[in-house]
Write a protein of this length. Sequence first.
Length: 287
Amino acid sequence: MAALVPDRMRTTYFAQRNRLSQFGVFAGFVVGGLVLQFAEPRGLTLPAFAILFALAATFRLLSTACLWACREPRPPATHAAVATPRGPLPARVAAAIRGMWGRPSGALVVYLCCFVFGAQFAGPYFTPYMLREMKFSYHAFMLVFATSFLAKALFMPAIGRLASRIGSVRLLWVASLAIVPLSLLWLPSTHVAYLAGVQVVAGTCWAAYELAVTVLFFEALGDRERTGVVTVYNLGIAVATVAGAACGGLLLRSLGETRGAYAAVFAVSCLIRLAAVPLLRRVRVAP
């Protein structure tokens, strides 16, 4: 991506790309929700899921075909000497971790993994909270959940302009602090309009976070370390996602899966995210 997208248009490009992506996610949620809402009273829930999964697989194949059609440009001569790590994957990951140790790139990855752990501690349980505890229909669930993706798409251009003015590091600070209390906002009311409003705020905050992270991987990482850092990042995010969801699930189950148990999981998620924010102080943009 560094070779495909010039520096001068990087923030604008990723803002527009993310916007189109979120419009696609929103459309998928709307279609999925309407199909399930239609199928459930007719006893066709299982076939409806089968149709949705088949459509998802088809669109992923189309996406893969588009990716296959892309061609990576030749790197500039100034980057020709950049070495690509070789050897088994565990050895490459270990080498990348050693190279990141004590560097701003390492601080960025550690922060992102800790923050994702906190987010995933509660995130997977918003769906059962709405469907099981609040007895939402598929229609209401679709409306509330899809609102965040629509907000991401609508506000992404403004977020891109803000990122150009204040920089990606400051944008990440603002977005992270705004995200911290979001899961607690799910608790005060069960009204669909209220929760849709919360999701608008959440979608906007997460859109800013995602754009800042994307741009930072180009601004905070040098060309020589980017591949290794992204490898470690992807591994770390996968581990943080599984670990966060598992820990949140264990706490939820141990507390009895009641409304109070969900509230406890959401509160702990906020505290973990808040505890991760100070790690941002060591994140710097590469000179």
